[in-house]
Design a protein around this ligand. Structure first.
Ligand code: NOJ
Ligand code: CA
Length: 544
C-alpha cells in the first residue's frame, strides 16, 4: 500500500512542521490490536502504512499515558510511561522507529497543566500540609465561612476548587476534580515537567502538542475573575462564560515558561504546537513570542468559530494572516477530539470544500482521524457515555465529546475492522459504516478519502501550496472564496464555492491554469480564458 511520495526529496531548509500535514490520532479509537475493544499503540503501528499511503507527514497521538481515565487520558498518573491497556514503552519505541522509517514524524500530547489525583506527586502533596510536594499543587485555605478561595469556574461547571477534608484546604483544578493543577510558580515543578519533555525527546519524538498551554500560569494572588457580558469563544459554556478569564488563563508569565522551554526543544530539532484557546488574535499571536522564541505554533482554532459561509471563513483567514508576527508560521484545524465532527457541523458536501480549504491555506494543517472519510458524529446511547464532561452535564448533550471520538472505520465488517467482531468496542462504531470506511473509499475515485489523498499529493507536488504566500482574490460571487498561493517561481489558485447552486467566475488569475483537484474528483479542465463554472459546493485547485 505504501507508495513513494513520502520518500520524495524535499527542501531541507524548511522544517517539516512548516510544509507537513499533521494527522491527529485518538489512540483508544484508531485500531485495537489485542482484541479488547480499545485502540492501542500496536494498532497504530499496524496502520502506519495507511497513514503513509494517505500522504501524511506527522502523527499527533493524544495521551496514551497511565491514567484512571477521568478525562479520556488527559488525567495522567505517570507522565513517563504507557498505559498498559495501550501498550508499553517498547511498543512506543517500535512505533517511533517504524514511523520514522516511513518518513512520518511523531508528535505526542503533553499535559503540563495538571496531573491525575492518582499521580504520586499529588498523593504526596495531599498527604499533609508539611509534605515537600505540598507546593507542587495549588492549595489554599477556605474563605471565612468556608467557601472556595476565589470565584473561578470550571469549564465543565462548578467551582475550580475541591475541599480536602484531611488537611482542611482546597486544591485547584481548572478541569475535573481528578485533575489537580500543578503549581508552575514552583521551580521544581517546572524542572520536573521539563524533564518529562526531555524523556520523550530522548525517545525520539519530533514534537509536542501542549495541552491547555494558555493556562499553566495563573494570577499569583489568585484574584477573582471579573464578570463578563457574554461568550468569548466558539461555544456556549454556560456559567463559565459569565466571567472574564483574566486571572485563571492567559497570564503574561506564561511567556517566560515557553521562552525557557524553547531551547530544550530546539536542541532536539523538535516543535511545539500549543493548545491556545484565545480568540483575540493579537493575544493569540503573542504565543509565538516577541522574537519567535516561544511556541512554534499556537493552535489556531479560528475555523471552529466560523459561520460556514464564504465571508466568515475569509474574514477569519484574513484576520489570522494579519495578526501573525513577521516570520511566524500559521496553522489550521477543522476539528479535534473536543469538537463535533466537521461533516456533522456543516454537512457532507461542504465538508469536502472544507478539506480543500484546510489543505490549501498557508499554514500547517492538522487533520483529525476519520475526517478523511467524512466520518460524522456517532450517537451515543446514555448508558455508553464515557466523557466526564457529558456525565457532569446530562442536560447538555452538546457537551458530550464521545460522538467525535468513536472508532476509526477500516472495513464494512462488524466493528469495522477496528476490533474483532465478537468484542464490544469501547465506543459504538455507528450505523453509517457502509460507505464511510477505508476499504470502501480507497477504491472509489470520487470518495472523500480519494479527495483527501489527492489534495495531499497536489500539496506536495506544488511547493507554492505548502509554502507560498497567501493572497485573497477579489471579484468573486459573495458565496465564493478564492485565493492565490504564490512563490517567486510557482503558484496555485484555489476557488471554493459555498453556494447550493452553480456559480460562474472569471478571474485573470485562472487564465491558462488547469484544475489539479476538484472536490467532485471528476475534472482536470484547462481554463484558457479564466472562466469557470463551479457546481454547488465545489472547490477547485488550479495549477499552471
Ligand atoms: C484539552 C483537551 O483537548 C481536552 O480533551 C481535555 O479535556 C482538557 N484539555 C483538559 O486536559
Ligand atoms: Ca486493545
Amino acid at each position: 500500500m505504501v507508495e513513494s511520495h513520502n520518500a520524495r526529496v524535499r527542501n531541507d531548509l524548511t522544517p517539516w512542521w512548516k510544509h507537513g500535514t499533521i494527522y491527529q490520532i485518538y489512540p483508544r479509537s484508531y485500531q485495537d490490536d489485542n482484541g479488547d475493544g480499545i485502540g492501542d499503540l500496536a494498532g497504530i503501528v499496524k496502520r502506519l502504512d495507511y497513514i503513509a499511503w494517505l500522504g501524511i507527514d506527522a502523527i499527533w497521538i493524544s495521551p496514551f499515558y497511565p491514567s484512571p481515565l477521568a478525562d479520556g487520558g488527559y488525567d495522567v498518573s505517570n507522565f513517563v510511561d504507557v498505559d498498559p491497556r495501550l501498550g508499553d514503552l517498547a511498543t512506543f519505541d517500535a512505533l517511533v522507529e517504524r514511523a520514522h522509517g516511513l518518513g512520518i514524524r511523531v508528535v505526542v500530547d503533553i499535559i503540563p497543566n495538571h496531573s491525575s489525583d492518582e499521580h504520586p506527586w499529588f498523593i504526596e502533596s495531599r498527604s499533609s500540609r508539611e509534605s515537600p510536594k505540598r507546593d507542587w499543587y495549588v492549595w489554599r485555605d477556605p474563605r471565612p465561612g468556608g467557601s472556595p478561595p476565589n470565584n473561578w469556574i470550571c469549564i465543565w461547571g462548578g467551582s475550580t476548587w475541591t475541599f480536602d477534608e484531611r488537611t482542611g484546604q482546597y486544591y485547584l483544578h481548572l478541569y475535573h476534580e481528578k485533575q489537580p493543577d500543578l503549581n508552575w510558580r514552583n521551580r521544581a515543578v517546572q524542572q520536573a515537567m521539563f524533564d518529562v519533555f526531555r524523556f520523550w525527546l530522548d525517545r525520539g519524538v519530533d514534537g509536542f502538542r501542549i495541552d491547555v498551554a494558555h493556562a499553566i500560569m495563573k494570577d499569583p494572588e489568585l484574584r477573582d475573575n471579573p464578570p463578563s457580558t457574554g461568550p468569548r469563544s466558539h461555544r456556549d459554556f454556560g456559567d463559565f462564560d459569565r466571567q472574564l478569564h483574566v486571572h485563571d488563563r492567559g497570564h503574561p508569565d506564561l511567556h517566560r515558561v515557553y521562552r525557557e522551554l524553547r531551547p530544550i526543544l530546539d536542541a532536539h530539532g523538535a516543535m511545539a504546537i500549543g493548545e491556545i484557546h484565545e480568540y483575540d488574535w493579537t493575544r493569540w499571536a503573542s504565543y509565538y513570542g516577541m522574537d519567535l522564541d516561544e511556541l512554534h505554533m499556537p493552535f489556531n482554532f479560528g475555523l471552529l468559530t466560523a459561520q460556514w459561509n464564504a465571508r466568515s471563513v475569509r474574514e477569519i483567514v484574513d484576520s489570522i494572516e494579519r495578526a501573525l508576527p513577521k516570520g511566524a508560521w500559521p496553522n489550521w484545524v477543522l476539528g479535534n477530539h473536543d469538537e463535533p465532527r466537521i461533516a456533522s457541523r456543516i454537512g457532507d458536501a461542504p465538508a469536502r470544500v472544507a478539506m480543500m480549504l484546510l489543505l490549501t491555506l498557508r499554514g500547517t494543517p492538522t487533520l483529525y482521524y476519520g475526517d478523511e472519510l467524512g466520518m460524522r458524529d456517532v450517537p451515543i446511547p446514555p448508558e455508553r457515555v464515557q466523557d466526564p464532561w457529558a456525565l457532569m452535564n446530562p442536560d447538555k448533550p452538546a457537551f458530550n465529546r464521545d460522538p467525535a471520538r468513536t472508532p476509526m472505520r477500516w472495513t464494512a465488517e462488524r466493528h469495522s475492522g477496528f476490533c474483532p467482531g465478537e468484542t464490544e468496542p469501547w465506543l459504538p462504531i455507528g450505523d453509517d459504516v457502509a460507505a464511510i470506511n477505508v476499504q470502501a473509499q480507497r477504491d472509489d475515485t470520487r470518495s472523500m478519502l480519494s479527495l483527501t489523498r489527492a489534495l495531499l499529493q497536489v500539496r506536495r507536488s506544488n511547493e507554492a501550496l505548502s509554502l507560498g504566500d497567501y493572497a485573497p482574490i477579489e471579484g468573486v460571487p459573495a458565496d465564493c472564496y478564492a485565493y492565490e498561493r504564490a512563490l517567486p517561481h510557482s503558484n496555485a489558485v484555489v476557488v471554493l464555492s459555498f453556494a447550493d447552486e452553480p456559480r460562474e467566475l472569471t478571474l485573470s488569475a485562472l487564465r491558462d491554469m488547469r484544475v489539479a483537484a476538484s472536490t467532485h474528483m471528476d475534472r482536470d479542465d484547462l481554463s484558457k480564458d479564466g472562466h469557470i463554472v463551479l457546481r454547488a459546493h465545489e472547490g477547485c485547485v488550479f495549477t499552471p
